[in-house]
Design a binder for this molecule. Structure first.
Ligand code: NI
Length: 185
């Protein structure tokens, strides 16, 4: 396994719509393993293939799973994901590994069902709530070329670009901070 380079905004690969994977092979498995390792190293709770420069509908997510007091790893590595059910609304303040120093509150569906293929090529369905639901929606956005900067106004986007050039932090105005903030990936 190896750690891949995470592509940063405004690299054009991040704005491309990714293509569905038509053949799952050993290479796909290796990419999934490398993406997981890259995500853990960053660290983030998700990573989409375009973020490592590959325009394919592949993503990894791990928000962990609580077992008593302990949170143990719970990696999900999926191919050709599709949201087939949505319920409710939820807002998290999201950060992205490809957009340094940017935090944006985004309204997402609170509960979703994701249909996808596993690394073995089996069709699976995952019920996701809370941060897991947010992470899946953030990563599926990446597959469609949608970034956190697309969730803010053009004015703020230009401001962010300027701050980025000067290495300054940009924070979208948010309601009083809750604990619902995460660098997704
Ligand atoms: Ni991201």
């Amino acid at each position: 396994m190896s750690i891949l380079k995470i592509v940063k905004y405004p690299d054009p690969v991040l704005k491309k719509k990714s293509l569905p994977v038509s053949k799952i092979d050993r290479e796909t498995g290796r990419l999934l393993d490398d993406m997981l390792e890259t995500m853990y190293d960053a660290p983030g709770v998700g990573l989409a293939a375009p973020q490592v420069g590959i325009s394919q509908r592949i993503l990894v997510v791990d928000v962990g799973q609580l077992e008593g007091e302990e949170r143990r790893p719970d990696p999900k590595a999926i191919i050709n994901p599709e949201i087939i059910h949505r319920e409710g609304k939820i807002i998290w303040e999201e950060g992205c590994l490809s957009l340094p120093s940017l935090i944006v509150p985004v309204e997402r569906s609170a509960k979703i069902i994701v249909k996808a293929l596993s690394r073995e090529g089996k069709e699976i369905q995952i019920l996701a709530e809370e941060l897991l639901a947010v992470a899946f929606q953030h990563e599926i956005d990446h597959l469609d070329g949608i970034l956190l900067v697309d969730h803010i106004s053009r004015l703020k986007r230009d401001l962010y670009k300027k701050k980025l050039e000067k290495n300054e932090f940009f924070e979208e105005e948010t309601p009083p901070h809750s604990s619902r903030r995460a660098y997704i990936g």
